[in-house]
Write a protein that binds this ligand. Structure first.
Ligand SMILES: Nc1nc2c(c(=O)[nH]1)N[C@H]1C(S)=C(S)[C@@H](COP(=O)(O)O)O[C@H]1N2
Ligand SMILES: [Mo]
Length: 216
């Protein structure tokens, strides 16, 4: 059952979304990812025990299994460039998953903000707009294989319009909120919106940190 679902997930036809934009200011091209884990993700769950929840200020709380996401819900292949706020970017990353726009559509969001919550306890907030546009997905595969553990297996949020810290690994919940609350890095001074093209790295009062950033 599990193997069959994985096979199906990787071979079925999906829609295509290419998020193609100019290179954001002050980002350096890197040829590989740096792996970040603010919290130890612990033991990986098996495919058949994973669920994603869309909850909070919604009309209908949604719970969907990973198996259904991989085999039943409409899927897209996304190509995007991945921009870490510390200054490195990886171009042309390919992800496969379900559009957050579709998942939110099923739940009926009533607030203007969202919090992504990981199984590891990682949190990150963003305006709901970042998730209702077509390029944001909940990914279950990356570059043609099931999501590697280090990149967020079983599920990972991918938000191409924002710095990579908004792309929460080990995603377990999307919580719709009426008021903007802050996630892990945002509480430490990172921007609530985080647009790389506007260089929204840190909040205004912490702007001095930007000038102290060293090159590498
Ligand atoms: N759960 C979780 N997701 C996370 C992070 C984290 O520490 N924990 N770090 C973020 C940051 S700052 C970046 S740059 C990317 C790094 O992705 P990678 O570990 O797949 O390279 O993941 C983001 N998502
Ligand atoms: Mo990052």
């Amino acid at each position: 059952m599990e193997q069959q679902a994985i096979e199906e997930a990787l071979t079925r036809k999906c829609g295509e979304v290419v998020y193609s934009r100019e290179w954001p200011p002050n980002q350096v091209r890197a040829n590989k990812f740096v792996i970040y884990d603010a919290f130890d993700p612990g033991r990986p769950p098996s495919v058949d025990e994973v669920k994603l929840e869309v909850t909070g200020a919604v009309d209908r709380r949604l719970e969907v299994t990973l198996i259904d996401m991989m085999t039943k819900l409409p899927c897209v292949d996304l190509v995007m460039d991945f921009h870490c706020v510390t200054g490195w970017s990886v171009s042309n990353v390919k992800w496969r998953g379900v559009q957050t726009k579709y998942l939110l559509g099923l739940a009926g969001p009533r607030g203007r903000f969202a919090m992504a919550v990981g199984l590891d306890g990682y949190t990150t907030n963003m305006p709901l707009d970042a998730l209702t546009s077509e390029e944001s997905i909940v990914a279950y595969a990356m570059n043609g294989a099931i999501l590697p553990r280090k990149h967020g297996y079983p599920l990972r949020l991918v938000v191409p319009s924002r710095y990579a810290w908004k792309s929460a690994k080990y995603l377990s919940k999307l919580v719709v909120m009426n008021e903007d609350e802050q996630g892990y890095w945002e509480m430490l001074g990172y921007h609530d919106n985080g647009d790389p093209w506007l260089e929204e790295r840190f909040r205004a009062r912490d702007a001095l940190m930007m000038r102290r950033r060293v090159s590498f």
